[in-house]
Structures are given as structure tokens and as C-alpha cells.
Design a protein around this ligand. Sequence first.
Ligand SMILES: C[S@@+](CC[C@H](N)C(=O)[O-])C[C@H]1O[C@@H](n2cnc3c(N)ncnc32)[C@H](O)[C@@H]1O
Length: 245
Amino acid sequence: MKQIGRLWFDYVAPETYLRLFEEILKGEEKFPEGFTVLDLACGFPPPKEKTLKRETPLASSAQEILEKMGARIIGLDISLTALEEQKKMGREAVLGDAFSLPFKNDSLDACLIYNLTNATFKSPIGGTEIPISKEEIKVILEEVFRVLKPGGFVIVNQFGYAWFESKFGHSTTTLLVDKIVPLEVIKKLAEEIGFKNIKSLPFSKERLKKGEELILESFPLPPSVIEDLGFRLIRKEAGAFYMEK
Ligand SMILES: C[S@@+](CC[C@H](N)C(=O)[O-])C[C@H]1O[C@@H](n2cnc3c(N)ncnc32)[C@H](O)[C@@H]1O
């Protein structure tokens, strides 16, 4: 029961973030001197020629917007490759673990958690991919709460998916995607930890549609042909929320 799957990798809506940051700035052009944003599990945007045929809106655009607004960005990741790429882009890069952040209490102004809470992990020699569990997300959020200054903000984002599932039954990937902790559950956890002013961030419907089209274009065959072969299209929309300590 073969399945063709594609992650809707790295999809965010830069306009949503631009508007949000402008709102946070309350009319000021720049964040105050030293305003420090942790990009938790920063990864790195794949080079354009290696992604989809057309230019895609990347998660890194939030970093770029914040940088232009005067923020200092610290990218943290457990992958050295990701950090090397961040450095090539001229950013500060810290090797660290999201479960035990190498920062002092109340020391950072903001934190981006992009596409981590729905990420899956696989060993280099193969095996089943494992999505982060609710319990693990709780530990990560507690760590972020600890290192943020009171009033500091966090954005959590999850990319969407577009994939094909066999009409004749479930496949492991579908079951795996079902295990991804939904944003609504993460918001509840955040509230229990003490985060406040939790609000969903709207993504542009147009961009969501375009993103899905880009993914579908990257499949080896046109969607109609794949469907004729006995598969059906499954979708999961991207989403994001904002909160404060
Ligand atoms: C799906 S990628 C998202 C990357 C980036 N934030 C983005 O939106 O494009 C997930 C990232 O989490 C990193 N990661 C996985 N486990 C981690 C951990 N325990 N601590 C820090 N980073 C971790 C991976 O190395 C990878 O770069």
C-alpha cells in the first residue's frame, strides 16, 4: 500500500507577521536596542534552487522582518548543519537543546517556535519517524516560559500538509500525521503553564492555496493522474498563534 507524501515545508504568511510586529511596536519603527529574539529550532531555509520550482515564502522571512525592525536574532538548533547555514546568513547560532535551553531565567524578549511542534524525527539509518509528543511540547514551553522576560512574546507555527493516501486503507504516514499535537492542544498547555493573551494568527487564504498548489506541483505526477491511480488528496492547513509571558 504505497503512499506518496509531501510535507508542506516551511509555509508561513509573512504579511501576518509584519502586521503583528507592527502592532507590537505601537508606532515605533524599531525594537529597543538589545531586543533579543530566540529562533528556537531555527533550522535553515533550503536554497531556493533545491526547494520547489517557484519561490516559496519561507519561515525565515519572520527572522528577516524582525531583523529589519532592529531585533537581535539568536538561532538555536540541535543540528550543526542548520547552525552552519544560519552563520552563513550572518546570524548568531547557538548549539542547544529545546528541552534544556542554555539561557538564564527572564533573559529574552521573544521566541519563535516555527515548525517544531509538528516536526518528526528519524534516525539517520532509517526507522519510523516520531512526532514530538504533548508531554515533550510541555517541557519545551516551560523552558521558553522560564527564559522569557515577563511580557515577552512567543509565536508558535505549524506548517500544513498536502499528501496522497491510498483509497484502500490507511498508511503509516497518515497515522503518524494523526499523532501530531494540534495547535488547540498546545494553546491549552501554554495557558496551564501561565502564558496569557493567547490568540490565533490568521494566514492569508490566498497564500495557503498557493502553497498547496506549489506542493502539488512538486509531486512526480499531476494530481489528477495520481488520483486515477487510486489515491486521494488529504490536506492539513498551516496555523499559528501568539502569546505572552
Ligand atoms: C521542521 S524543522 C523547522 C526548522 C525551522 N524552524 C523552520 O521553520 O523552517 C525542525 C528543526 O528542529 C530541530 N530540532 C529537533 N530537535 C531539537 C531539539 N531537541 N532542540 C533544538 N532543535 C531541535 C531540527 O534540527 C530542525 O532544524
